[in-house]
Design a protein around this ligand. Structure first.
Ligand SMILES: NC(=O)c1ccc[n+]([C@@H]2O[C@H](COP(=O)([O-])OP(=O)(O)OC[C@H]3O[C@@H](n4cnc5c(N)ncnc54)[C@H](OP(=O)(O)O)[C@@H]3O)[C@@H](O)[C@H]2O)c1
Length: 294
């Protein structure tokens, strides 16, 4: 193909980003996939359907230098055609240490903001000129937690909420320039994200001892459902493909396990939301307590 459509996928070493990079590559796109380690770059190209059209670039989204290099490589690759699409996906969760609103340490909150909010913004700002040239589509991997916030989320929901608020501003500013901005709101998707956490370090004492059982319960339920179709990363990859190929995509589509009921809870009056979330919290805490007792 002389000028294949190019899409950038950030955070393509594992989980959703890896699957999206491989899926879009198999669908005929030239995919520029960011990773942070050489071995992840090799593993990704080894599995690609069209390895010549899967270009790994090392990029930590918190590094100005890495992001400048990514923008330069892309500029050379796409030239005047510009960038057809970008999937801003790199992100972290936090299920380690104190995950309560009162106790989550400020450096931890800052790290989540640095990666999930400022990291995404850094890459998007750098690539927007290329997206504008192609009147392309920006897809941001936000989270359904921006609408329906779970307790004990360790600073994750605020970082994604900041990103989504920024994306709302961006969408309105770039619309006249022909760029579409979509925030995917995923509920539970089975990925290595949770295996990267030290959930045993969540305190089982102090003023909020229930946070420990809650996190353990979340992991237990996740493992139980990991093979369900709704939780597969491929669902997100297909949604990304549908979004970039649709001239009028849904602006905040939902995906993932139990996405519909969780989305509905987020639209209820606040006191009713709180009551529903208290039930969800009790269920997850019970699952965690039972698992610890087994
Ligand atoms: N899984 C879910 O249930 C769920 C639900 C809603 C939203 N999401 C969102 O989906 C996205 C992908 O998560 P996932 O579940 O697929 O988890 P994952 O398997 O842990 O993937 C996260 C990706 O982000 C990369 N990353 C982390 N920090 C980075 C940094 N500073 N610079 C560059 N890349 C970085 C990771 O690279 P390394 O391997 O190098 O760390 C990895 O490639 C995240 O934004 C997450 O918030 C996930």
């Amino acid at each position: 193909m002389p000028n294949p459509r190019t899409i950038v996928v950030t955070g393509a070493s594992s989980g959703i980003g890896r699957d999206a990079a491989l899926h879009l590559n198999a669908a005929g796109y030239r995919v520029v996939a960011t990773v942070r380690r050489e071995e992840d770059a090799v593993a990704l190209t080894d599995e690609a359907a069209a390895p010549a059209a899967l270009i790994p670039v090392q990029c930590d989204v918190t590094s100005d230098d890495d992001v400048a290099y990514l923008a330069q490589r892309l500029g050379e690759l796409v030239g005047d055609a510009g960038l057809f699409a970008m999937f801003s996906n790199a992100g972290v969760a936090n299920m380690s240490g104190d995950v309560t609103a009162e106790g989550c340490p400020l450096p931890t909150l800052a790290r989540l903001m640095e990666v999930n909010y400022l990291g995404s913004v850094r890459v998007i700002q750098a690539l927007l000129p290329l997206l504008r040239s192609a009147k392309g589509t920006l897809v941001i991997n936000s989270a359904l937690m921006t609408r329906t916030v779970l307790p004990y989320n360790g600073g994750y929901a605020p970082s994604k909420a900041a990103l989504e608020a920024w994306a709302d501003q961006l969408r309105r500013e770039v619309r006249p320039h022909g760029v579409r901005v979509v925030c995917i709101r995923a509920a539970a998707i089975a990925t290595p994200l949770e295996a990267k956490q030290d959930a045993s370090s969540v305190p089982a004492d102090g003023p909020y001892p229930e946070q420990h059982a809650f996190i353990q319960g979340g992991l237990v339920l996740m493992r139980k459902k990991a093979l369900e179709a709704a939780l597969q990363p491929r669902r997100v990859s297909e949604l990304v493909q549908h979004t970039i190929e649709n001239p009028r995509p849904r602006l905040k589509p939902i995906v993932g396990g139990n996405a519909r009921p969780i989305w509905l809870i987020g639209g209820l009056p606040l006191r009713l939301q709180d009551a529903m979330m208290a039930r969800v919290t009790r269920r997850m805490t019970r699952a965690g307590t039972d698992a610890t007792a087994d």
